[in-house]
Design a binder for this molecule. Structure first.
Ligand SMILES: Nc1nc2c(ncn2[C@@H]2O[C@H](COP(=O)(O)OP(=O)(O)O)[C@@H](O)[C@H]2O)c(=O)[nH]1
Ligand SMILES: Nc1ncnc2c1ncn2[C@@H]1O[C@H](COP(=O)(O)OP(=O)(O)O)[C@@H](O)[C@H]1O
Length: 188
């Protein structure tokens, strides 16, 4: 098989809220800006510092309904009271051009991608321990206590689904995990 066709085309990174997905991806893209990350649409409100079109496309409920109705989302899910979805066209364009594509999405989204694109590789980012996950999510300071509770509830379900993924990476060191992810994507 040629090296090019051996390259995994689509990589999905999932893991509980607060495990460090965004941190790992940001670190990785600093070293390898050519790794293309899909920008999702969400009905969640922007956090301070988050920019529309960069971190997410921030939309209202009506706009999200339209994206679903028009078939514009490759997958979508409701997570902790908000909806999130992957815009289909941009992903398909990149894959069509043979470029590595990364999706950072939740468990429900990962399951949908497994169904619709079985050739995708699913990577689970796990915390070193439950206590450390709680520490990171709380320490980030971006969510109210009741929102943190909802996210920890979802985290229990997500951690229980680890075996559905092709690979698990434990996020002890951001640098190590970032390099492992790059290797899985055959970028470095
Ligand atoms: N299914 C799906 N999940 C998404 C998408 N975009 C983000 N998510 C997931 O939604 C969850 C909440 O994201 P967010 O509110 O940004 O919180 P954070 O990941 O804890 O910083 C995380 O598990 C994300 O990976 C998407 O397009 N589809
Ligand atoms: N390997 C790590 N060690 C210690 N803290 C980390 C590590 N990775 C991420 N963090 C911290 O954990 C918190 C949650 O990380 P974040 O990337 O926002 O998680 P996610 O995107 O999975 O919700 C942040 O405050 C981040 O700085």
């Amino acid at each position: 098989m040629a090296a090019h066709s051996a390259r995994p085309r689509l990589t999905v990174l999932s893991g509980p809220s607060g495990v460090g997905k965004s941190t790992v991806v940001a670190h990785m893209r600093k070293e390898h800006p050519e790794v293309w990350l899909s920008v999702s649409a969400t009905t969640r409100r922007p956090r301070p510092g988050e920019r529309d079109g960069v971190h997410y496309f921030f939309v209202d409920d009506g706009e999200f309904d339209k994206l679903i109705a028009n078939g514009e989302l490759l997958e979508w899910a409701e997570f902790a009271g908000n909806r999130y979805g992957t815009p289909r066209e941009a992903v398909m364009d990149r894959l069509g051009a043979g470029e590595p594509v990364l999706l950072e999405i939740d468990l429900q989204g990962a399951r949908q991608i497994r169904e619709s694109m079985p050739e995708a590789q699913l990577v689970f980012l796990a915390p070193p321990s439950w206590e450390e996950l709680v520490r990171r999510l709380t320490g980030r300071g971006t969510e109210a206590p009741e929102v943190i509770e909802r996210r920890l509830e979802a985290a229990r379900t997500e951690l229980a689904a680890e075996s559905e993924f092709d690979t698990t990476l434990v996020n002890t060191s951001v640098q190590d995990v970032s390099h492992e992810l790059l290797a899985l994507m055959r970028v470095a």
